[in-house]
Ligand binder design. Structure first.
Ligand code: IPE
Ligand code: IPE
Ligand code: MG
Length: 237
């Protein structure tokens, strides 16, 4: 089920390792989140120069609300302080930003910053950048199931549409081609479970703040060497 034009990739990244990056430097974990924002800028620019049509970044999971209040507050504060200037840059670069996840639990200032960023970058067509915030893939699937009517047992497209509605996106939900997780863990942590059905997985120990254009190229090169079979048998020459 390829929902983006041929050769145009959907890359998704679980941006993990901010806290350990900071602790390894004797800094508070919040310093890792700050450094992580700079890595986002580097990687978005690099993705726009490559064949990436969609880049989905996992920035804050629904389970991350369980972290200490001070850490959660500092992440919310980072969104409020960095989104306005970043979205101006994105709009100049023709990059569309949208946010997937729940929207009913953010502080007002965060929600406003998200809405402004989405409005400002709406017409971008060079790259579609999606930020997953207060995101849980299982919650999205449960929410999507409430939008399904009738018998959709064999209708994958109906599920795609329902998921798109659940995520606050007006388009179909595209499959992930390449899923990258930084920080050394090898798990999905409730990210894009449906969309990763046939994703190629790439795990790296590099902490997210150290992930850069060269690291992205390494992941894309590795992706290019994989043979995607989707259940079929491919003749060996
Ligand atoms: C990812 O880095 C960022 C968020 C989850 C907000 P972490 O904060 O999880 O960093 P580690 O995994 O503790 O190093
Ligand atoms: C996943 O990282 C969420 C984000 C990167 C935003 P976590 O650090 O929260 O995941 P676990 O707890 O190690 O599974
Ligand atoms: Mg982590």
């Amino acid at each position: 089920m390829q929902l983006l034009p041929d050769q145009e990739l959907h890359v998704a990244i679980i941006m993990d390792g901010n806290g350990r990056w900071a602790v390894e430097r004797g800094l508070p974990r919040t310093a890792g989140h700050m450094a992580g924002v700079n890595a986002v800028r580097t990687v978005v620019e690099a993705a726009a120069r490559r064949d990436v049509a969609m880049l989905t970044l996992y920035a804050f999971s629904s389970d991350n609300w369980k972290r200490p209040r001070t850490e959660v507050n500092s992440i919310m504060q980072l969104l409020v302080s960095r989104l306005p200037a970043e979205s101006k840059k994105l709009s100049r670069e023709g990059i569309r930003l949208s946010v997937i996840g729940r929207r009913d639990r953010f502080p007002d200032a965060v929600l406003q910053a998200i809405l402004n960023a989405e409005a400002l970058t709406r017409d971008g067509d060079a790259l579609h950048l999606r930020l997953a915030l207060d995101y849980s893939s299982r919650a999205a699937l449960v929410c999507a199931s409430q939008h399904l009517n009738g018998d959709v047992r064999h209708n994958l497209e109906a599920v795609q549409h329902a998921l798109a509605r659940a995520y606050h996106t007006e388009t179909l939900v595209p499959d992930v081609d390449l899923l990258v997780r930084t920080g050394g863990e090898q798990r999905l942590s409730d990210f894009l479970l449906w969309e990763c059905a046939y994703a190629e997985l790439f795990f790296t120990p590099v902490r997210w703040p150290d992930f850069d254009d060269i690291a992205l190229d390494e992941a894309l090169t590795e992706f290019g060497s994989r043979q995607r079979r989707y259940g079929r048998v491919v003749e060996v020459a």
